[in-house]
Design a protein. Structure first.
Length: 447
């Protein structure tokens, strides 16, 4: 059990975001799946993959998300420095243990157990039942094509049609850095990697190392057991038992073969059913829906104050009533790109371009010129057949209003409200996680 650290990192900077502070309390408030995905993304980036970077606010040194266990409480995420952080940082936590020393302590000098050997051989045997199989190597070196050094997967499968799979059997704790390293390696080799578990029914609570693997499979847990072995012989191909995982619960499993899996791009791993994306995307959609419904029916320039006050009460912070027009303008820009047609919720003008010029000239959006510019810089203008949402005249108006009018900044409630309503544009963490699981909407530019 981890001992509570003497010092903790209270706040970090997220590279690439405007308004990029993240307090540890914000981390604690995240749903577990969200901070686990974030932990994965940070680890991948640090291992040379594609992900997000966070640094300590005090010293600027890179940080990662460490999981702490306190007595009988649920695991709690916190920030910790990577190796090499300055000792004079007020939040310095001491040197980290090396991966080699941790592995030596965990395995007592043994890198592979007899059970691990037996199950790897069984997986290789079952893969060899498939008539398409031309390779089912067990514990053999893989020569790299896109990496400086090779690896030795537990099982390597190759089919006649060119399909390849690497199987890693996880029976004990595997460290996050090691998981990231293997995922990145096989991603660069364009070989789907599948982590396989065993004896999951013995877990009263799922160990963090198992959750680190499951989250990469979009909360699918692939298992080899008596049922999957029996079904493999029946189908003459490798069959695994797949559980959908929610919290610490393994839900009713299904037997699936490799043909049934979805192979995503990037560094995410194969999955049978996506048990993460719908929840991540639904939250922002549910927040925006009442506003879209409101804008479809309001009187725009002659809206009643009581109606505006009512809809603004749905927001987590109080904002000026005039901000409703900024929200409407932002939603108009998003809807125009998403629906590939002119949409204008904010005024009676025929399109977004006319609305923005009118409202900047009339100073209605003057305080939000910088915010509009930020949105226009992150909208995907390259979507085919989308009407233009900006012009040179609009850009000139934005520059004028940024000079002659005090702008709403990242410390103001209006900026936090936009992060809440449109996180795909304003929240770097949400953007990164949606990109990471290939769920970033087409109307968002990939930066």
């Amino acid at each position: 059990m981890d001992r509570e650290p003497q010092r903790t990192i209270k706040e970090v900077l997220i590279k690439g975001e405007r308004g990029n502070l993240l307090h540890v309390d914000d981390l604690h408030a995240m749903p577990p799946d969200k901070w686990r995905l974030l932990r994965t993304s940070i680890s991948n980036q640090h291992q040379g993959g594609d992900g997000i970077t966070m640094v300590c606010k005090k010293c600027g040194h890179p940080v990662y998300i460490r999981v702490y266990s306190y007595f009988n409480c649920a695991p709690l995420p916190g920030f910790a420095h990577y190796d090499g952080s300055p000792v004079n940082c007020p939040w310095y936590q001491g040197k980290n243990r090396t991966l080699d020393s941790l592995k030596a302590e965990q395995y007592n000098g043994q890198q592979e157990s007899p059970e691990h050997i037996l199950l790897c051989n069984k997986i290789g045997e079952l893969a060899g039942l498939d008539k398409r199989c031309i390779r089912n190597d067990v514990n053999k070196y893989h020569k790299p094509t896109n990496n400086p050094h090779g690896r030795t997967p537990d099982v390597f499968i190759e089919w006649k049609e060119g399909g390849k799979f690497a199987i890693e059997l996880q029976l004990s704790n595997t460290f996050e850095a090691e998981i990231s390293g293997r995922c990145i390696y096989y991603s660069k080799e364009k070989i789907p990697l599948i982590w396989v578990l065993h004896d999951v029914h013995e877990y009263k609570t799922i160990p963090q190392s198992i959750k680190d693997v499951i989250i990469r499979h979009r909360n699918n847990a692939f298992v080899i057991d008596r049922d999957s072995i029996k079904e493999s012989y029946k189908q003459n191909t490798l069959v695994l038992k797949c559980y959908m995982v929610t919290g610490d619960s393994f839900e009713s499993p299904e037997l699936v073969n490799l043909d049934a899996l979805t192979i995503p791009g990037g560094e995410m791993l194969p999955f049978y059913r996506d048990h993460i994306s719908p929840t991540l995307r639904r939250k922002a959609y549910d927040r925006r829906k009442p506003f879209f419904d409101f804008f479809c029916n309001w009187e725009k320039r002659d809206a009643r104050r009581e109606d505006i006050k009512f809809i603004l009460k749905l927001l987590p912070e109080e904002v000026p009533e005039e901000f409703i027009f900024m929200i409407a303008a932002a939603f108009s820009i998003v809807a125009t790109v998403a629906e590939r047609k002119d949409v204008n919720y904010a005024s009676n003008d025929p399109n977004v371009r006319a609305m923005l010029n009118s409202y900047f000239n009339g100073y209605r959006l003057a305080r939000y010129a910088d915010m509009i510019e930020f949105i226009l810089g992150r909208i995907n203008h390259a979507v085919p057949s989308v009407p233009n949402v900006t012009t040179e005249a609009i850009n000139r108006n934005i520059k004028k209003r940024k000079v002659d009018t005090k702008q709403v900044g990242i410390e103001d409630p209006e900026w936090r409200i936009m992060k809440w309503l449109i996180p795909e544009l304003f929240n770097e963490i949400d953007r990164e996680l949606l990109r990471y699981i290939d769920q970033l909407p087409s109307w968002v530019k990939v930066l």
